[in-house]
Design a protein around this ligand. Structure first.
Ligand SMILES: NC(=O)c1ccc[n+]([C@@H]2O[C@H](COP(=O)([O-])OP(=O)(O)OC[C@H]3O[C@@H](n4cnc5c(N)ncnc54)[C@H](OP(=O)(O)O)[C@@H]3O)[C@@H](O)[C@H]2O)c1
Length: 224
């Protein structure tokens, strides 16, 4: 299986990249990033690219032979000005999903796994008290991705939106009473494992919440 990954130089994306490289079923990984990830591996090819709102034919050609795309590009904190934030955190994701769908058209079992941000709000009319614009923009993006999924029909590219809660670094104890009480938490490695598993096998529906991500990661571990 061949995987395309974006955001592989980032905190979550790098963990996903490492998981892809250590997964035997994945034989080839193409990282599309503005700088090369600091990993050398025979399975890994890096394509340097700056503007993810469009893709030249050379990259589309590489996408054509892939089976899934794991999209981890994005910023945790809204970038300023707002137009740039929208470009990076909305336009880039939708353009990549569209480009990947078009490149893999008519191929069976194609998957696009999107790493969503904090507390996306899908209702544009809802009043929010924190990060309203950014959360509504993420919700708008999720709605656009779900529309793309529906338009692709049952045989087209399937979209999976990973919605992790509080992502904890390796070694953190997710069972800590305080964390599990106040936050919806997942370990970084478990999030990476779940996203790779979604790329390999999908899930029952497109929205994959924190609890399901943890369950997918746990099943993936026991099936090894
Ligand atoms: N960290 C969390 O706890 C968490 C939890 C839930 C969801 N998320 C979401 O996951 C996504 C990634 O988070 P992260 O923590 O991994 O962030 P990160 O460490 O800052 O990594 C961001 C990634 O996106 C790339 N990127 C950012 N701006 C770019 C631009 N203008 N052009 C091209 N590439 C760009 C970065 O490339 P460079 O290395 O070249 O900068 C890097 O690969 C975000 O959307 C975030 O909201 C994160």
């Amino acid at each position: 299986m061949k995987i395309v990954i974006t955001g592989s130089t980032g905190w979550v994306g790098n963990a996903v990249l490492k998981k892809c490289l250590s997964t035997p079923a994945i034989t080839s990984v193409v990282s599309i990033s503005r700088r090369a990830p600091e990993i050398n591996d025979d399975k890994l090819t890096t394509i340097l690219h700056d503007d993810f709102s469009s893709y030249p034919n050379a990259i589309i050609e590489k996408m054509k032979t892939a089976d899934a795309c794991i999209y981890c590009l994005g910023t945790n904190i809204p970038v300023k000005p707002a137009e740039l934030n929208r470009k990076i955190n909305f336009d880039y994701a939708l353009a990549t999903a569209n480009a990947f769908s078009e490149a893999t058209k008519n191929k069976p079992s194609i998957r696009f796994v999107y790493l969503s941000g904090a507390l996306p709000e899908k209702d544009p009319n809802k009043r929010l008290w924190i990060l309203e614009d950014n959360r509504k923009m993420r919700g708008e993006l999720e709605n656009a991705l779900l529309k793309l999924d529906q338009e692709a029909g049952p045989t087209g590219m399937k979209i999976y939106i990973a919605r992790p809660g509080f992502v904890q670094p390796p070694g953190a104890n997710v069972r800590t009473w305080l964390i599990s009480t106040i936050a919806n938490a997942i370990l970084q490695d478990d999030l990476a494992a779940a996203m790779v598993q979604l790329a390999l096998e999908g899930s029952s529906g497109p929205l994959v919440e924190n609890a399901e991500l943890k369950s997918i990661a746990s099943s993936a571990k026991t099936s090894l």
